[in-house]
Design a protein around this ligand. Structure first.
Ligand code: GDP
Ligand code: MN
Length: 382
C-alpha cells in the first residue's frame, strides 16, 4: 500500500524524526489559509500523489506570500504526475538548505533483511546517482533481531557528513527511521532529501513509505491511511471482494483459482504468443458472487479482448464458478469472447449449467489457453 508524503511525515514525526509541520490543502484558498496559519515568510507547496519525481514534474514550488501559495496551489492541483492527478497539496514552512542527502531502508529480498542505503548525493537525482555513480551509495544490512545498532547508525552517518555533530543527528534520525519502518510494517521508508540547514540542523524535508499489505491486518491505524480515492478502481473492487488482482498490460483476461495455477496460466498464455491482461486469483473457496466481481473487473479493462477461465476444481467447486459466470452474463453484458476451462469437483454439473446458456467448456488447459490467445488476436475460435 502506498501512502502520501504527509502521512509518512506524520509516522516519522511520531517516531521522533524532526519534520517541519505541514498543512494539507485541497483547494488554492485552503493553501493560502494554510500559509497564513503557519505564519512563516516562505512555504513549499507540494503535490501529494503516490509518485516520486514531483520536484522535476513541477509539483514542488516555493511561495513567499499567501497569495503566491494560492496561485501555485492552483497550478499544482489538478496537474498530472506520472499519470496521477493531484487532488491535495501539502503546505510546509520552507527550510533553507546547505546540503541534501538520501537515507532509506527497504526489505531486501536478496539478503532477506532490512537494508539501509544512504548517500551524501541526495536530492531529486538519486536514481541517476544509483545508476551512474553507485559508489556514492552506502549500504548496511540490519539484523532484525537487534535493529539498527548505534555503531551502525554512526558509521552510516559518517558516510554522509564529516562533522561529528551532524553525524550524531543523522545517526539518531536513522534509528528513528528504522523504528517508524518496523512499526508501520513498511517495505520501504526513505527521506530524500535529508538536509542540513545553514544552522547545522539535520531535517527531513520529504518522506516516502510503502506499507507491506500483509502487515495491515494487525495495524488498523496504518490500514486507515489508505486513500481509496487515488487508487485504481478495479484494484479497490478486487480487494473489497477478497480477490488477488494485479493489472498487467496484455489483452487476455485471466480468471483462475489458486495463485500457482494463475502463474502457470500466465506462463502458458505467453508460451502461446499472447500477453495476460491481469493476474486474478479467485481463491480457494468459490462463491458465485466472487466470480461475478471477477468478471466485472476483467471486463472493465478496455484492453481485454478475450477472457480465459482456468479452474481446477478442488475446494473450489466448478458448478459454483459456472453459476457465477451465468449470473454475470445475466447482470451485465459480457461483450468479449469467453474461453472456459474447468475440471475437477462437480465438473459435470458445471458443464450442464454452462450448456443451459449456450456456453461450452474445455477440460484441457493447453487447448483453452491457445484458443484464448487466438481470440484475443482477433482470430476465430477453433
Ligand atoms: P520529490 O521530487 O517528489 O522527491 O519531492 P521533494 O519533496 O523531495 O522535493 C524536491 C526538491 O525540492 C528537494 O530535493 C529540494 O531541493 C526542494 N525542496 C523541497 N522542500 C524544500 C524546502 O523546504 N526548501 C527548499 N529550499 N527546497 C525544498
Ligand atoms: Mn524527494
Amino acid at each position: 500500500m502506498n501512502i502520501h508524503e504527509y502521512q509518512a511525515r506524520e509516522l516519522l514525526a511520531r517516531a521522533g524524526v524532526a519534520v517541519p509541520p505541514g498543512v494539507v490543502a485541497a483547494t488554492p484558498q485552503e493553501a493560502r489559509r494554510a500559509m497564513e496559519r503557519l505564519g512563516v515568510p516562505k512555504v513549499v507547496v507540494k503535490a501529494q500523489v503516490h509518485a516520486g519525481g514531483r520536484g522535476k514534474a513541477g509539483g514542488v514550488k516555493l511561495a513567499d506570500s499567501p497569495e503566491q501559495a494560492e496561485r501555485l496551489a492552483g497550478q499544482i492541483l489538478g496537474m498530472k504526475i506520472k499519470g496521477l492527478t493531484v487532488t491535495k497539496v501539502l503546505v510546509v514552512p520552507a527550510t533553507d538548505i546547505a546540503s541534501e542527502a538520501y537515507v532509506g531502508v527497504i526489505v531486501d529480498r536478496a539478503s532477506h533483511a532490512p537494508v539501509f542505503m544512504v548517500s551524501p548525493a541526495g536530492g531529486i537525482d538519486i536514481e541517476e546517482v544509483a545508476a551512474k555513480t553507485p559508489e556514492k551509495i552506502f549500504k548496511q544490512t540490519v539484523d532484525a533481531r537487534y535493529g539498527l545498532l548505534p555503531h551502525q547508525a554512526m558509521a552510516l552517518g559518517f558516510k554522509l557528513y564529516g562533522d561529528v555533530a551532524l553525524v550524531r543527528q543523522a545517526a539518531g534520525i536513522l534509528q528513528k527511521l528504522y523504528r517508524a519502518f518496523v512499526d508501520a510494517g513498511a517495505s520501504l521508508a526513505e527521506i530524500n532529501p535529508l538536509v542540513v540547514t545553514p544552522k547545522g540542523e539535520v531535517v527531513a524535508l520529504d518522506a516516502k513509505m510503502n506499507i507491506d499489505d500483509n502487515e495491515l491486518e494487525r495495524r488498523p491505524a496504518v490500514a486507515a491511511l489508505r486513500d481509496v480515492a487515488v487508487e485504481d478502481p478495479s484494484e479497490v473492487m478486487a480487494r473489497e471482494a477478497n480477490l488477488t488482482y494485479v493489472k498487467l498490460d496484455g489483452n487476455v483476461g485471466c480468471c483462475v483459482n489458486g495463485a500457482g495455477l494463475a502463474m502457470a496460466t500466465m506462463d502458458l498464455v505467453k508460451y502461446y504468443g499472447g500477453e495476460p491482461a491481469n493476474f486474478l486469483d479467485i481463491g480457494g473457496s468459490s462463491n458465485p458472487e466472487k466470480v461475478v466481481t471477477a468478471l466485472k473487473i476483467i471486463t472493465s479493462d478496455p484492453k481485454v479482448k478475450a477472457i480465459l477461465f482456468n479452474i481446477f476444481g478442488g475446494i473450489t467447486r466448478c458448478d459454483d464458478v459456472a453459476n457465477g459466470i451465468v449470473a454475470a452474463t445475466r447482470q451485465f453484458k459480457v461483450d468479449r469472447p469467453l474461453v472456459i476451462r474447468l475440471t475437477g469437483t462437480n465438473e459435470k454439473e458445471a458443464l450442464r449449467i454452462l450448456d443451459g446458456v449456450g456456453l461450452k467448456a474445455l477440460t484441457d488447459m493447453d487447448a483453452a489457453v491457445e484458443q484464448a490467445v487466438k481470440l484475443a488476436k482477433g482470430g476465430a475460435a477453433a
